[in-house]
Every structure is written in C-alpha cells, then in structure tokens.
Design a protein around this ligand. Structure first.
Ligand code: GAP
Length: 513
C-alpha cells in the first residue's frame, strides 16, 4: 500500500513538474478537486480526445458527433431522473468531522481483502514456479475462496441496500465490518444520508425572474434531446450512434485521488440507438469494441478488466465498467450501459413531443433503445500518464525516469538538439524544426549537455530526439534517438519526417483495433 501511495505521489508531482497538470487557482491555495491542464497536459488531453473521436466518428459511418451546450432546460434533469435520483450516500465521522461516501468506505474495505488475495497468489506463484495455474489456485485454495466469498457477500448486501434505499442497513454494514475513519481511526459515525450531486446555477439578471438551472452532470442528455434532430437532418438509419465530448460537473462528496474524481471533468460519450429487443447483442458488441480501443494503445491487457454492475442505475437493464489498474488499484475507467428506452420516453413525457423513429422497412414507429459508452477523459489521461511513468536502472547502473506515453498521444513528438550552440549547428536544427512543424509538435533545445537534454525529453515523454552534430555539416545526416529503447540511428535529414510519422500516425494505431 505504501509503495502504491509513493508511486501515486510521484505521478502527481511529475505531472506538475513537467507541465501536465496544475492545481486550479493555486495562488489562492487551490480549489478542491478542480485541476488545470498545463501546456503538455492540454496537448495530451487533446490527443486522447482525437483518438477517441476518430475511433468513434471517423471510423464508423453510422456514428456522427455533436457538441451540445452545457446549460440545458431544467426539465431535462427532471426527466432524466437526476433531480430525484442522482444522489450519493454520505456519512460523516462525528470525531474527525470528515465526510465520506458510505459505499466507497465499504468498497475500500473489500479492496483490502482483494489485496490479501493478490498476496496469496503472488506467494503461490513463487512457490509453484512455472507449474502455477492462477485460475485453478483462486478457485480451490481455501483461504482465497473464503476471502472472495466475503467480498461477494458484502458487495451483494451493499448493492441490495442501495437499491432499496435502505440507508440504515448501509450504516449497519459499516458498523458490523468495524470500518474506521481512514484519517482518525474513529468508528463514531452519523446516519447515512442522500446527497444530490448536481451543481445549481441561475439564468437571468433579476432575483425574482431568474430561472434555476443545473450544470450538466453528464453529456448524454444533450444527445438524447437532439436525437430526432440528428436522425432527420443526418438521414440516419437505426442502428446509429451520436458521439460527444465535453465538460460535466458533479459536486462530489469525496473528491480525492487527483484527477480521478473531480468536480469539473470531461466525458467522451456515445449513445447508440437500436431496435428494441436487439440491445443485448449491441451491449456485448460495444463492450468488445471499447476494450479493443483500450488495448490498441498497448498498455497491457493485464491492466484492464470488466466489472459487471451489482446495482444498476435507474436507467439501465445491464451495465459494466472497464476497470483499469490505477496506482491505487483497479477502478472504473469507462462505463458501458444498456439504457433501455428510459431517457427518450422520459423526454417524450416531459416535453410532450414525440421522439420516435419511423422504420421504413417494417413500416412502424418506435422509441429506440440505447446502448451507451461513457468514458472520463481525465481518467483516461490518468490511466495513460500513471502507466507510462517508470523509473529504470540502465545497464551502466545509472537511473532514468521515462514517461513512456504511446507515441501517438505524446504532446511533443520530437526535440531537435544541436550538439553545440555554434558552428552552424543551430541553423540546421532550426531548418529541421521549420520543416517538421507542419506535421508535428516539435521543440528546440540547446541548453546543457546532450545527455541531460535526452533525460529531460525522456521524462517529458517526447518519443524522439534529433541531434545535429558536426558530421551533419558534411553528410546531411542526423542522429535519431528513440525514447523507449534509447537506440540511436543515423539517418538522412530528408528521412526524419517519415521515420517519425511511422510511429505517431493515428492510422497505424487505429488499425490495431
Ligand atoms: N452518461 C453515463 C455516465 O455519466 P458515469 O458512470 O456516471 O456514467 C461515466 O460516468 C464516466 O465518467 C466514468 O466511467 C468516469 O470515467 C467519468 N467520471 C464520472 N465521474 C467523474 C468525476 N467526478 N471525475 C472524473 N471522471 C468522472
């Protein structure tokens, strides 16, 4: 646990030191759970967004993208159920005065049991060596089976209590498990209460005519209310999808874990409209498709897993998360939800307008069912950033910190480095920059010894360094150094662009899906 905490602290400080993420309003001591993306962070975030958008919109002829407003008519949120049901169960500790999400306290308790399982697995793997069969071990080892049963029983009870709004039982569960305040160790808890997560605001100048609005807590509703406009103007035939990226706002009770849980964040959502009765097959297809997208980035299949929901949201008939192994353990990265016809029907009812699709072949109208994929852009950022940050011991015993970002997403693709600041080398370096900048973000760096400059670019995540030396004056060639392997290649200046392009072109990465 301490090792995980250290790694996470390192991620946060590296993100600041290398211009990726700053605390919002830092000069005023910051605003809790709100962050600013710095010069490199904004580029990485944009590249992740583009990678998602291309995979969704450009690669699928039956998916189109929109950009709806953050502010929506307030009835939207009544219809969607957010006014009545977008709550988290909160609990306060009477001694420390700290506030927690009651369900998260229980889930964290289960994570600790899960860590014990992992420890047993590691021990056994060491003992049995090559003959070790993990699946067999976890299904037959008495201690591990016992741990797993305990987790399942606790989560099933939590799910049931939340579904039945039985908050007294959630408190009883916390007490039975003897869960203590992680800060003070106190077990002196208040009752569990519901807390609505939407931020309110007002539209209009005068107090008596102002209209109460909400900042959207999800981007999805902007898609639902535009469903028929897009279908008609885009002549879309079911099945078809509408994609969108944009800000969402939630007044999270427990905002911690850096950009994992923020009060202002960005979502990348896609609503796929299908014929009623076909939702199950589309739900499975989108689960598979989204996992392929993740795996195409090459961050290791072991870092992902599916988690089927015990407690379904008010709009869903099936739901699963894609979880990622963050520095603090496996946690939700993306949700895939079969949302039925709940939203469209609710908007029909509240607006009095029909939101139906006319199927020309079947000659019938119906309200489509929806399968949604919903991923937090900031969480994806954290997954990539934390997974990429590694400390390495090199063959000569020296250490280096390297940010192994997938090259396609790296904010800066190459650094151009004249070996020294004279003899015409800077001029050649500048000429190379001027050519490459039409295709990629490139930077110029002439300060310090070249070895230090390499290390600086490794830590910033730049996949290529291009060094101009005295031989360049004679042979028109430069050295390309690859960040991950540290391999150095002597190449013609005219070939530099295509060598970089081969590694960073989105086309090649998307083809891995
Ligand atoms: N439209 C469905 C929906 O919003 P959700 O599971 O509440 O579903 C989807 O959110 C995704 O949005 C999550 O999987 C997560 O990646 C991201 N997300 C949710 N709350 C967040 C928060 N407070 N901070 C950062 N990302 C968040």
């Amino acid at each position: 646990m301490a090792k995980q905490d250290d790694q996470f602290k390192k991620v946060i400080s590296h993100a600041k030191e290398y211009g990726y993420i700053f605390q919002s309003s830092e000069i005023y001591d910051g605003l809790s759970a709100v962050y600013d993306y710095a010069q490199n962070g904004a580029e990485l975030k944009k590249n992740i967004r583009d990678y998602w958008w291309k995979a969704m919109v450009q690669m699928n002829e039956n998916i189109v993208g929109i950009d709806a407003a953050i502010l929506m008519h307030p009835t939207t949120w009544k219809a969607s159920g957010h006014v009545d049901a977008f709550n988290d169960p909160l609990i306060d500790n009477k001694d420390s005065k700290k506030r927690y999400r009651a369900d998260v306290l229980v889930e964290d308790y289960c994570l600790k049991i899960e860590a014990k399982i992992e420890k047993e697995v590691k021990k056994a793997a060491k003992r049995f060596g090559d003959a070790f069969n993990k699946e067999e071990f976890v299904s037959t080892n008495g201690r591990v089976v016992g741990y797993q049963e305990k987790i399942d029983t606790i989560l099933a009870r939590l799910g049931k209590s939340l579904e039945n709004e039985d908050l007294a039982d959630v408190k009883a569960l916390i007490e039975e498990l003897e869960i203590a305040d992680p800060v003070s160790g106190s077990k002196n808890w208040t009752e569990v209460k519901q807390f609505n997560l939407m931020f309110g605001t007002k539209l209009g100048a005068s107090a008596d005519t102002a209209m109460d609005l909400y900042l959207r807590p999800e981007t999805a509703q902007g898609i639902f209310v535009n469903f028929l406009n897009v279908q008609k103007t885009g002549r879309m035939k079911i099945p078809f999808g509408i994609a969108q990226t944009g800000k969402a706002f939630r007044n999270e009770i427990v905002a911690r874990q850096f950009i994992f849980r923020q009060r202002e964040f960005e979502q990348m959502e896609m609503q796929f409209f299908v014929k009623p009765g076909t939702q199950k097959e589309w739900y499975e297809a989108w689960k598979e498709n989204r996992m392929k997208w993740h795996l195409s980035l090459g961050m290791g299949a072991d870092n992902y897993r599916f988690h089927d929901h015990e407690k379904l949201a008010h709009y869903a008939d099936a739901a699963a998360d894609i979880e990622f192994k963050f520095p603090f353990g496996f946690k939700e990265l993306e949700g895939i939800h079969s949302r039925t016809d709940f939203d469209l029907k609710a908007h029909e009812k509240h607006s009095g307008k029909k939101l139906q699709y006319f199927d020309h072949e079947a000659k019938e109208s119906y309200v489509p069912y929806v399968v949604e994929t919903s991923i937090g852009l900031d969480r994806m950022f954290l997954a990539i950033f934390s997974n990429s940050l590694v400390d390495e011991t090199l063959e000569d015993g020296s250490e280096r910190t390297v940010l192994r970002l997938p090259a396609v997403l790296a904010p800066t693709k190459a650094a151009v480095l004249p070996l020294i600041k004279r003899d015409g080398l800077p001029e050649i370096a500048r000429k190379i920059m001027d050519d490459l900048k039409f295709d990629f973000n490139v930077i110029y760096d002439e300060k310090d010894a070249v070895g230090r400059r390499y290390r600086r670019q490794d830590a910033a995540g730049t996949p290529f360094c291009i060094t101009v030396d005295h031989d360049t004056l004679e042979d028109n060639m430069v050295t390309i150094r690859h960040r991950d392997t540290m391999e150095q290649q002597r190449v013609k200046i005219e070939d530099v662009r295509s060598i970089i392009m081969k590694e960073v072109d989105m086309r090649a990465w998307l083809m891995k899906m």
